[in-house]
Design a protein around this ligand. Structure first.
Ligand code: PGA
Length: 257
C-alpha cells in the first residue's frame, strides 16, 4: 500500500514582481481546493515576496516555502537569511541544495549538509535537491553522484526527521531546458535513490521516504512521469510561474495518488 503523500512544489526562482507573485498565489490558492486534500502543495517565492505571498495564500492549504536559508543561526553574515527569519514570516518549507545553488552559486556539499541540518533543527520542512550534470551522466557516474550527494547531506539526519523531508531528484541537464528525463530515466533514478536510502537507513525508510522528480515538468509530461513507481510528485520551475500549468500539474499528481 502506498502511504506516501504526494508533493508538488513551485520554485519561482528569481522571477516576477510583487504584484505578479501575489496574483499568482491568489490564483493558485483559489484553484487548489481539491488538490490540497490529496497532496502537499508548496510555492517557493523569492525572499522579498515571502510575506506578501504568504498572506495571499491565506488558509488555502498551499504552504509557503523559501528557496534557500543560511546554515548559520544569526550574526554577521551579510545578505544571508536565517531559518528563524523564515519561520517569522510563516515559511514552513525550504529548498536545500538546489542545482542552481550548487552549480551556479557554488555551494559545496558540506554547506548543503549544514543547511539541511539547520532547516530540520529549526523545525522547517525541507526539500533536499540532488541530481547529476549532463557530463556526469555521460560519464556513467549519475548514480554515484546522486548517492554521494545523499550520503553527504543525510549524514546527520535521523529517521524520525524524515516526516519533514522530501528528496527532489532533479537531473541538472533537465532543469529549465524543456527536455525532461524520460519516465524510464526517472524510474531508474528513483529506484537508485531508494536503494541508497535503504543502505543509509533501512528498507522501511526507503519505502516510506518521499522522492519527487524535477526538471522541465509540464502539464504534458507530468502524468507519465508520476505514473512511475517510486515517483511521489514533482518540483516545478518554469511551469509554476503560470497558474494554469501549475494547477494542471498538481491535479495530475493528485489523480495519480
Ligand atoms: P524547471 O525547473 O521546471 O524550469 O526545469 C525545475 C527546478 O529547478 O526545480
Amino acid at each position: 500500500m502506498r502511504t506516501r503523500r504526494p508533493f508538488v512544489g513551485g520554485n519561482w526562482k528569481m522571477n516576477g514582481d510583487l504584484a505578479g507573485g501575489v496574483e499568482l498565489a491568489e490564483t493558485v490558492s483559489a484553484g487548489s481546493r481539491e488538490a490540497v486534500m490529496a497532496i502537499d502543495m508548496v510555492v517557493f517565492p523569492a525572499f522579498p515576496y515571502l510575506q506578501s505571498v504568504g498572506r495571499a495564500l491565506g488558509h488555502s492549504g498551499v504552504a509557503l516555502g523559501a528557496q534557500d536559508l543560511s546554515a548559520e543561526a544569526n550574526g554577521a553574515f551579510t545578505g544571508e537569511v536565517s531559518a528563524e527569519m523564515l519561520l517569522d514570516l510563516g515559511v514552513q518549507w525550504v529548498l536545500v541544495g538546489h542545482s542552481e545553488r550548487r552549480h551556479v552559486i557554488g555551494e559545496r556539499e558540506e554547506l548543503v549538509a549544514d543547511k539541511l541540518r539547520m532547516a530540520l533543527d529549526s523545525g522547517l520542512r525541507a526539500v533536499l535537491c540532488v541530481g547529476e550534470t549532463r557530463a556526469e551522466r555521460l560519464a556513467g557516474d549519475a548514480h554515484e553522484v546522486v548517492a554521494r550527494q545523499l550520503r553527504s547531506a543525510l549524514s546527520s539526519v535521523d529517521r524520525e526527521e524524515w516526516d519533514r523531508l522530501v528528496i527532489a531528484y532533479e537531473p541538472v541537464w533537465a532543469i529549465g531546458t524543456g527536455v525532461s528525463a524520460t519516465p524510464a530515466d526517472a524510474r531508474e533514478a528513483h529506484r537508485e535513490i531508494r536503494s541508497t536510502l535503504a543502505s543509509l537507513y533501512d528498507a522501511e525508510l526507503s519505502e516510506t521516504a518521499r522522492v519527487v522528480y524535477g526538471g522541465s515538468l509540464s502539464p504534458g509530461n507530468v502524468t507519465t512521469i508520476v505514473a512511475e513507481p517510486g515517483v511521489d510528485g514533482g518540483l516545478v520551475g518554469g511551469a509554476s510561474l503560470r497558474a494554469d500549468d501549475f494547477l494542471a500539474i498538481a491535479s495530475a499528481i493528485a489523480r495519480a495518488a
